[in-house]
Design a protein around this ligand. Sequence first.
Ligand SMILES: [Zn+2]
Length: 184
Amino acid sequence: METEFPGFRIVAKRDSALSKLIDLALKLVTFGGQRDYMTHYHTVLGNTLYTPASWEATPDLERVITLRHERVHLRQRRRLSFPVMAFVYMVPFFPVGLAYGRARLEWEAYEETLVATAELRGLDALRSTGLREHIVRRFTGADYGWMWPFRSVVERWYDRATERIEEELAGSRAPSPTRGSGFG
Ligand SMILES: [Zn+2]
């Protein structure tokens, strides 16, 4: 990642005043629904990945999967330019509940999470219902401010993405996330 994004660095959220400020803002706009920002969420701002308290105890394999997800966000930022990315990411946060722009960016990044899971942990891990529920709830729950609260839409995206990844792995090609898929 340092080769692709010079200046990339990893900072613990607890050592970051900015992260503490965002934590407070998130608690306010989600009415306390998002209270794990400091302890469980990874956040990319600029070239910095801010890691939660749980990062220290995270196994290397899981760290790689997380880094591959976050690398998608770094690439999106390069593709969209920072102001557009910030707009898509932050502004639709305020009509809490319908953040389609953010949902699309997260769909793309979570497809990479699924590809990485399949490649590094195998198809059983990819098919895990626990993982499915965990990721679906990221979209429909308070975690990201009820980013896209239509469970059936998110589930359909998830099932199509995992099917496609399984097919691509079976065809022994390197799977690649489909751009802009996930809703339709
Ligand atoms: Zn993400």
